[in-house]
Design a protein around this ligand. Structure first.
Ligand SMILES: NC(=O)c1ccc[n+]([C@@H]2O[C@H](COP(=O)([O-])OP(=O)(O)OC[C@H]3O[C@@H](n4cnc5c(N)ncnc54)[C@H](O)[C@@H]3O)[C@@H](O)[C@H]2O)c1
Length: 249
């Protein structure tokens, strides 16, 4: 893939779920474009590994914590303020994708999915508004599931549909200072989709005009575009990155 590079030097990007398949590519592209990074994920070790891969802590602060916890989010924002003086880009990437039909979804599973995929995004965005500098941007991570539903992932689809509605609503409230958009990935090869690809990959590929799964960097590239000045008149938009799966499947 040919890479378009942006100049994010002097800017600060906050990324949750940072050790995950898509978010680490987001971290790479923003860091490569000069941004400071504020990273959050559950476990310390993979975060430390990512920081070292990116060249060390010079322009990065990383914290192990829970993206669905108000306290952890407040601590992360405090860390960002102390180290970099504010934020320019917020990318709540953390998410989970457990499998259960609606019939088999317990109250607990429903709450867990909503807590991480939706409540956490809301807590972060609400609090981050006090830290985002004018000209800043939010990129949320929705899913093709949020547009058309997803067999055995009704909780997930519902959480992502809500993220789309939250994206559009917030865009109405915080313009013109802040732009708020979302990406809606299709089937991207990451740890999240390992089982899906194994069990239903053939069917998904048959319905994907691009005839392959997406690479995490192909989602990260769109997130970077949405934060860049190239997208300066885009807000409240949800950009599909799915190789045509949404059209065909
Ligand atoms: N991979 C896909 O095909 C696909 C498709 C549509 C949408 N998405 C969305 O893109 C985002 C990234 O997905 P991915 O494929 O990179 O998944 P992934 O499983 O590779 O990464 C998710 C990351 O989120 C972290 N995380 C989970 N719960 C957390 C919590 N409570 N606090 C902090 N971190 C937490 C995990 O530790 C992991 O590092 C998710 O929001 C996902 O729903 C992915």
């Amino acid at each position: 893939m040919s890479a378009i590079t942006y100049d994010f030097s002097g800017k600060t990007a906050l990324i949750t779920g940072a050790s995950g398949g898509i978010a680490r590519e987001v971290a790479r592209i923003f860091h490569g474009a000069g941004a400071n990074l504020v990273l959050l994920d559950l476990a310390e070790e993979p975060l430390a590994q990512l920081v070292s891969e990116l060249g060390g802590e010079d322009r990065i602060v990383a914290m192990a914590g829970d993206a669905s916890s108000r306290d952890d989010i407040e601590a992360l924002l405090e860390l960002a303020a102390k180290r970099f003086g504010g934020l320019d880009y917020v990318l709540p990437v953390a998410g989970i994708y457990p499998e259960a039909t609606v019939r088999d979804t317990s109250d607990e599973l429903w709450r867990t999915v909503m807590q991480i995929n939706l409540d956490g995004v809301f807590y972060l965005l609400r609090s981050a508004l006090g830290h985002l500098r004018p000209g800043g941007a939010v990129v949320n991570f929705a899913s093709v599931a949020g547009h058309r539903g997803s067999h055995s992932h009704g909780h997930y689809a519902a959480s992502k549909a809500a993220v789309i509605a939250l994206t559009r609503s917030l865009a109405m409230e915080v313009g013109p200072d802040i732009r708020v958009n979302a990406v809606s990935p299709g089937t991207i090869e990451t740890p999240m989709t390992r089982d899906l690809v194994r069990d239903r990959g053939g069917n998904l590929l048959a319905n994907t005009p691009m005839a392959r799964y997406g690479h995490p960097s192909e989602v990260a590239a769109v997130a970077a575009f949405l934060c860049s000045s190239a997208a300066s008149y885009m807000t409240g938009e949800v950009v599909h990155v799915n190789g045509g799966l949404f059209l065909a499947g």
